[in-house]
Design a protein around this ligand. Sequence first.
Ligand code: SAM
Length: 338
Amino acid sequence: MEASRYICTANHGFAAYAQEELFRLFGAVKSTQLLPGEVFIATLQASPEEVAARLAQQLPVFLRHIQPIQFEDAGDSLALERLAAYLNGREELAGQKVAMHLRKSVDYFWTESPGQLREWIQEQLQGLNAEFTVQDPAWVVSIYADGAAIYAGVSRPEDNLSSWNGGAIRFRKDDGQISRAKFKLMEAEKEFEIPFSSFRHAVDIGASPGGWTSFLLERGLQVTAVDPALMHESLRKAPGLKILRRNANEVKFKENEFDLLVCDMSWSPKLMAKLVTGLLYSLAPGGTAVVTVKLMHKKPLAMIKEIIAMFEGERMQIQRAKQLFHNRDEITLYMIKY
Ligand SMILES: C[S@@+](CC[C@H](N)C(=O)[O-])C[C@H]1O[C@@H](n2cnc3c(N)ncnc32)[C@H](O)[C@@H]1O
């Protein structure tokens, strides 16, 4: 059977679960660690087409990014020349929009920044007449360089599980930004293509200090924020915002009052799911829910399955379950009520 090799990336500390996901999809997986708990090489017993198809059919939760290894060489300067020669021979890149994703560890011989290394490689590839771009590339050239070796591969962006380099989507922190938690919802918007501006009225459960609430207000929604803790002072008189300083198990809403429910309570997952499902009467059919699920147990895959079943039992259809780049010890569920 044909085997294919990939560099796989998960959030720091979650590589073992990404490996488990690959094992469930492809059977025995031979893997070698590149960056402890985060980046590893996996040899999968399937053709590249099959790998892409199976991953697309069952999108993983913890495996954040995957890039093919089609070129491998020692980690020295001559290897760079050989890499350039190899890429110049990849005719499908000629005249195309190409994104160059480069990750380099600190012990790679090239001491300047990954950006400078990328520029050097792009200069060597001028003969291809490719348009090097970040936005909407037709192809991604992924390069990973560490002290021992340099790896590279060419793939379609949709086959990498993320169109970001290593699946790491970064946002700039705005002046006055209330919390880093806001990045989670910003990432969910991009990653799950959630049209937040199309909703009208959201309930934000566990809203303090107010990063998610401020994001939803920026998208033009009315927001009801529920949290016994104080909201940030910049939000206390915000138009369109109603603040309920209460525990979520004490609040009552009208039926179908909201078309969006978000919850970022960092609480025991089962208690969170019980509490949120108890409030789903207030979410109109067709409404969207975005909920973070804290990973407290040793067996997160089983726990996630259980939490998903609790929501599915309450007419929630799971669109995605994913550990976002900005999730720490948690994952994000994106659901729609039917
Ligand atoms: C991680 S913080 C939320 C951060 C928020 N998403 C943001 O963007 O700023 C979790 C919040 O959940 C709140 N919380 C925990 N249990 C709750 C409950 N039973 N009802 C309401 N809020 C709760 C906590 O008070 C805390 O403020």
